[in-house]
Design a protein around this ligand. Structure first.
Ligand code: NAD
Length: 478
C-alpha cells in the first residue's frame, strides 16, 4: 500500500464511509432503482443531543446520539454504545450495519444505533444510572424510543443493568402502556429479559463460523479440515461477545490459544480456558499475568498469532492497511462491528484469508433481541405452554418403544429424551436455525453471482436486495 494512501487512511478514516464503500461494491450487482438504493444507503434520522448531569456536586455535559438508519420496517433496532470515543460518524455506521444485519437474519426491524460519550469503566454506577435515565428521557421527548418506534439494546460498554434503567424510565413515563418493557431488549430476565440473550451474540458467532467450516470445498481452499474440534482460535476483546464466543469454541473442542484485552495479549499453545480467564479478569481487571500464559505484547498482538480462526471482538478499525499483512489466521470471524477496514480487507483477501462479515456473524444479538421483544409483546415465557406437554408426550413414546421392543434404556437416556424444551433451549434452537439459514443464503449468493468472490459483498447484496424489495412492496417506487 502506498505511503500516501496509508496516511490518508489514518487521517481521514470514516467508519461510515467504509460502510458506504461496501454498499457500493454490492449494489453494482443489483438491479434496483438507483434512487431507491440512494434512499437505503444514507441515515434517515440523526439525533445529536447534549444534556447536563450533576454528580458529586459537579455538573457535567454529556454528548449522545441516536441514529435511525432505515424506517422500511418498524420499530428500528440497535444497541447503545457507552464509550468515550463515541462520535456521530461511528453511530451512523453502526446504525446502517443494523439495517443490513436485520435484513440478513430476517428480523423485521429497521436499523438504528445509540451512543453515549462516556467511559463506563471510570464512572460510578450512580453516575451511569443518571446518564442512562436522562438519555432515555431525551429519546422519549423526541419520539426516538418505544416498542413500535425504536428499541435499543446493549452494545459495547453497556449490558442488562443499563437496559433495566432504560425500561424503568420508559415505564415511568408510560404507566398505562401494557407493552412498555418491549421498548428495550437485553434486559435482566427478572425485568422482562429472555434466557440466552447475554450469550446470544457470542453463540451466534460460534454457530456462524461452525457453519462456514462445514463446507469441505471451502475448507480445502483454506488448507483446513471441516469442523471446529482441534482448531486453534485467537480472540481480541474479552467482553460480552469475545468471552462467550471463546467459551463456545472452547466447549466445542477448539483450542483458544490467544486472547487480548486493553492491557495486552496473552498466549498459551495448550489453550486458555475462557471461564478461568474471566474469573481472573474480574479479580485483577486485566488478562496479562493469567497463570500458564505468556504475555506476547499489546492489545493488537493477538491479531497476529499463528492460528486457524481469528475472532476480533473489541472495536472497529482493528485490522487495517498497517497490520493486515501480519495476520496469519486462515479465517476471520468479525464478531465486532467493522473490525477490518476496506484497506485491510483487500490485503487479507489477497492473502487468501476468508472473512465472515459482521453484518451476518454478530447478528445473534439482534436475533435473540427479536425473540425477547416477541416475548414481551406476548406476555408469556417461551416454552411455558408446551414444555410439560412435550415431556409427557415423549414419556409416552419412550414407554411404547420399550414395551414394543422388550428393551429398556438407561435413566440418563430417558431423562435426555423426555425433557421438554425450556426458554433457553428454544432460544438456542431459533438462533442456530437463523444463523445456518442466513449463512447458506449468503454463500449461495456468492456462488451464484458472477463477480462476487467474497462473503461481505454477498452479504451486503443479500441485505440490500431484501430492503429494496421491502420498499418496492410498499409501492413507493412502482
Ligand atoms: P464489551 O464492552 O462487553 O466488551 C468489549 C471488550 O473489548 C472490553 O472488555 C474492552 O476492554 C475490550 N477492548 C477494548 N479495546 C480493545 C483492544 N484494542 N484490544 C483488546 N480488547 C479491547 O462489548 P461487547 O458487547 O462485547 O461488544 C464488542 C463488539 O461487538 C463491538 O464492536 C460491538 O458493537 C459488537 N457487538 C456487540 C453485540 C452485543 O450483543 N453486545 C452485538 C453485536 C455486535
Amino acid at each position: 500500500m502506498a505511503v500516501v494512501e496509508k496516511l490518508e487512511e489514518k487521517r481521514e478514516h470514516s467508519f461510515f464511509d467504509d460502510v458506504l464503500k461496501y454498499f457500493d461494491n454490492a449494489a453494482k450487482f443489483l438491479d434496483h432503482d438507483p434512487q431507491l438504493l440512494e434512499q437505503i444507503k444514507y441515515c434517515n434520522s440523526v439525533y445529536r443531543m447534549r444534556f447536563p448531569v450533576k454528580c458529586d456536586g459537579e455538573i457535567e455535559v454529556i454528548e449522545a446520539y441516536r441514529v435511525e438508519h432505515s424506517h422500511h420496517k418498524l420499530p428500528t433496532k440497535g444497541g447503545i454504545r457507552f464509550s468515550i470515543h463515541v462520535n456521530q460518524d461511528e453511530v451512523m455506521a453502526l446504525a446502517a450495519l443494523m439495517t443490513y444485519k436485520c435484513a440478513i437474519v430476517d428480523v423485521p426491524f429497521g436499523g438504528a444505533k445509540g451512543g453515549i460519550k462516556v467511559s463506563p469503566r471510570t464512572c460510578t454506577p450512580e453516575k451511569l444510572e443518571k446518564i442512562t435515565r436522562r438519555y432515555t428521557t431525551e429519546l422519549i421527548k423526541k419520539n426516538f424510543i418505544g416498542p413500535g418506534i425504536d428499541v435499543p439494546a446493549p452494545d459495547y460498554g453497556s449490558g442488562p443493568q443499563e437496559m433495566a434503567w432504560v425500561a424503568d424510565t420508559y415505564s415511568t413515563f408510560y404507566p398505562n402502556e401494557l407493552n412498555a418493557v418491549a421498548c428495550v431488549t437485553g434486559k435482566p430476565v427478572a425485568q422482562g429479559g429472555i434466557a440466552g440473550r447475554t450469550e446470544a451474540t457470542g453463540l451466534g458467532v460460534f454457530y456462524g463460523v461452525r457453519q462456514a467450516c462445514s463446507y469441505k470445498e471451502d475448507m480445502d481452499k483454506l488448507g483446513m479440515t471441516t469442523g471446529i474440534e482441534g482448531k486453534t482460535v485467537a480472540v481480541q476483546g474479552m467482553g460480552n461477545v469475545g468471552y462467550w464466543a471463546a467459551k463456545f469454541f472452547h466447549d466445542a473442542g477448539a483450542k483458544v490459544v490467544a486472547i487480548s484485552e486493553w492491557d495486552g495479549s496473552i498466549y498459551n499453545t495448550d489453550g486458555i480456558d475462557p471461564e478461568a480467564l474471566l474469573a481472573y479478569k474480574k479479580e485483577k481487571n486485566a488478562v496479562v499475568g493469567f497463570p500458564g500464559s505468556t504475555h506476547i505484547g499489546g492489545p493488537g498482538a493477538a491479531l497476529e498469532v499463528e492460528c486457524d480462526i481469528l475472532i476480533p471482538a473489541a472495536l472497529e478499525n482493528q485490522i487495517n492497511g498497517d497490520n493486515a499483512a501480519n495476520v496469519k489466521a486462515k479465517l476471520i470471524g468479525e464478531a465486532a462491528n467493522g473490525p477490518i477496514t476496506p484497506a485491510g480487507e483487500q490485503i487479507l483477501l489477497g492473502n487468501g484469508i476468508m472473512i465472515i462479515p459482521d453484518i451476518f456473524l454478530n447478528a445473534g444479538g439482534v436475533t435473540v433481541s427479536y425473540f425477547e421483544w416477541l416475548k414481551n409483546l406476548s406476555h408469556v415465557r417461551f416454552g411455558r405452554m408446551e414444555k410439560r406437554y412435550s415431556a409427557n408426550m415423549n414419556h409416552n413414546i419412550v414407554q411404547a418403544i420399550q414395551e414394543a421392543s422388550g428393551k429398556t434404556i438407561t435413566a440418563a437416556q430417558i431423562a435426555m429424551i423426555e425433557r421438554g424444551p425450556d426458554e433457553r433451549d428454544l432460544v438456542y434452537s431459533g438462533l442456530e436455525e437463523t444463523m445456518i439459514n442466513a449463512y447458506t443464503a449468503i454463500r449461495n449468493r456468492m456462488m451464484n453471482t458472477e463477480g462476487i468472490n467474497d462473503l461481505r459483498t454477498a452479504a451486503f447484496a443479500e441485505a440490500i436486495s431484501k430492503v429494496a424489495v421491502s420498499y418496492e412492496n410498499l409501492g413507493i417506487f412502482p
